[in-house]
Design a protein around this ligand. Structure first.
Ligand SMILES: Cc1cc2nc3c(=O)[nH]c(=O)nc-3n(C[C@H](O)[C@H](O)[C@H](O)COP(=O)(O)OP(=O)(O)OC[C@H]3O[C@@H](n4cnc5c(N)ncnc54)[C@H](O)[C@@H]3O)c2cc1C
Length: 526
């Protein structure tokens, strides 16, 4: 019998496995485990130098044209997941996790490392006020945040956003900013007092990106390639997971789709399908940690109880994408040697929402121009010319709202085995952003409300709250240790057990939470 079984191998599962391994426990990690089999040769230099030298069709578009999916498909797509080297992240998700969706657009991963293979690596600590409704104080996460910061290699700075992003312990120096981000930050510094009095603060992101070499991994080379291929300096949970597997500190078993569990007198039997043979397969453990992502963890719980009636809540952050033009940069050349993702963060304590909103300024130097082609209003030829002129002078603000800014979605297990997810459209009133847009204009950032896009519900990809923690947990809730009501040895380690979802990229918080749950699960056995 295994000491502990973890279902899933994404960010939450990896963190739970790390916590157990740190305490000398060798858990069994069960996963489907897709990996990148595209065979596309690695690019070792800069994206733009490479494109000058060599045909980049395989890297950017791929033989099955997945790179053009946003242009060719009728549905909204998440740009980074269109890269041919990222296709494995969502591979087979329609068949492994079939969904019936209304008003929700879930993105599911059945890969080793999960969705984190494609994330932007914006990794922020939770602080006081972020854990509304959680039955434990945020200070309990501090040792896990410290451990993860050292494991991952997180860059950032002790600046105006520290009060929102948490202690700066062990941060690596911030990355070199792009030309546009540097200009925004300088102008912010000169108007800081006035903007702070209007509750706007701007600072460096906390990113899982090495600004200096660490643990045998190279530092960021500003190659604009993090959008297109795995990069040694860009952290994904697969890095830690592979390290744990190689050191034999965990037992990793890919190729299994777990369906349910049943508790026995002395442990838990976990049952699923061995995908190679199609046969039913079972594993016995003393403790079970579910970390298959908020949607699939909920599915396993409903299936284990043969419950086709209950509708569980599903939280997500509403998000807006606002393209900004920096008139001062029109006519410049594109920043070809730059970090192609988040450059700066803003936090606005918005009177309209009663909670803070968090924004990420993202460089547009890494994605393909095809991503933006359809968004300009002119003819094809004029659009191309406009993009060439405008892209070097643009930056994208991704603005997150707390989940409570919209009614929760719901999920239910159908008799045919599919999950039905019913979502709510966003109703963010753009006029509530007037003050923010005016402040950004004073920093040389111009946009118009008509250019602001509201991605469909589901595309923030911050799923949570299906089995929330509570002081007085109901049947589909967890206690303060993460233990699922009605069970003795089943713990919910991922964001399913979040009681609320603040306007913050949540993955580092979820990883620290998973480490705490794993530690509590061990303690509960003695
Ligand atoms: C493009 C993009 C950008 C993002 N950027 C950020 C960011 O900057 N910052 C941030 O904080 N977050 C970001 N996110 C969100 C972040 O990636 C996810 O919140 C996080 O990775 C979720 O991790 P998880 O462990 O909960 O689940 P997942 O990543 O979904 O992993 C689930 C794991 O469970 C396994 N699994 C599922 N079902 C079963 C089953 N039945 N049996 C066995 N195994 C199973 C899967 O194979 C997988 O390994 C981004 C996501 C995307 C796609």
């Amino acid at each position: 019998m295994h000491e502990a079984i973890i279902v899933g191998a994404g960010a939450a599962a990896t963190a739970a496995a790390l916590a157990l391994a740190d305490r000398g426990i060798r858990p069994l990690v069960l996963d489907i485990g897709h990996t990148n089999q595209s065979g596309i040769p690695r690019v070792e230099d800069n994206l733009y130098d490479f494109r000058k030298r060599q045909d980049s069709f395989d890297l950017l578009i791929g033989q099955d044209l997945i790179g053009l999916a946003s242009v060719l498909a009728d549905e909204e797509r998440v740009a980074k997941l269109n890269a041919p080297n990222m296709a494995f992240i969502t591979q087979d998700s329609d068949t492994l996790g079939p969904l019936e969706q209304a008003g929700f657009h879930a993105v599911q991963s059945f890969a080793l490392g999960g969705l984190g293979n494609g994330w932007g690596a914006g990794l922020y600590r939770f602080v006081e006020g972020d854990l509304s409704g959680f039955p434990y104080p945020v200070a309990e996460l501090d040792p896990y945040f410290d451990r993860l910061t050292r494991e991952i290699g997180i860059c950032g700075a002790d600046d105006d956003l520290t009060q929102f992003f948490g202690a700066p312990n062990d941060l690596l120096p911030p990355l070199k900013p792009s030309f546009n981000a540097d200009g925004i930050y300088r102008r912010y510094q000169s108007k800081r007092a006035r903007l702070n009095s209007r509750k706007l603060r701007i600072g460096h992101p906390r990113a899982g990106v090495l600004s200096v070499p660490q643990d045998g991994r190279l530092a960021c080379d500003y190659s604009n390639l993090e959008f297109w291929q795995e990069q040694p300096y860009f952290y994904t949970p697969a890095i830690t997971l592979r390290k744990l597997i190689d050191a034999r500190r965990i037992e990793y078993r890919p190729g299994v789709l777990i369906a349910s569990w049943a508790e026995t007198a002395d442990g838990v039997i976990v049952t699923g399908t061995d995908l190679a043979s199609g046969q039913t397969i079972s594993f016995a453990g003393k403790t079970l940690l579910l970390a298959a992502g908020a949607i699939n963890t909920a599915k396993i719980v409903l299936k284990s109880r043969s419950d086709h009636a209950t509708r569980l809540p599903l939280l997500e952050n509403p998000v807006l994408q606002a393209p900004f033009i920096l008139p001062a940069s029109i006519g410049r050349r594109l920043d070809t040697h730059c970090f192609g993702l988040v450059q700066l963060n803003l936090v606005w304590e918005s009177p309209a929402f009663n909670r803070y909103l968090q924004g990420s300024f993202i460089e547009l130097t890494a994605p393909m121009r095809a991503e933006f082609f359809g968004r300009f209003p002119l003819s094809a030829r004029a659009n191309l010319a406009l993009m060439r002129t405008m892209l070097p002078a643009m930056i994208l603000l991704q603005l997150y709202f707390p989940a409570e800014a919209q009614a929760p979605s719901h999920l239910q297990l159908k008799e045919d085995g599919r999950l039905r997810i019913e979502g709510q459209p966003h109703h963010i009133d753009l006029s509530s952003l007037r003050d923010l847009l005016a402040m950004l204009r004073s920093l040389g950032l111009w946009t118009h409300p008509m250019l602001i896009q509201q991605p469909v519900t589901g595309h923030a990809i911050h799923y949570a709250g299906t089995l929330p923690m509570s002081q007085a947990p109901g049947p589909y809730q967890c206690d303060s240790t993460g233990r699922l009501t009605g069970t003795r040895r089943v713990f919910i380690a991922d964001s399913s057990s979040f009681a609320s979802l603040t306007a913050k990229n949540m993955s580092l918080g979820m990883m620290a939470h998973a480490m705490r749950v794993a530690t509590c699960a061990l303690g509960s056995r003695s």
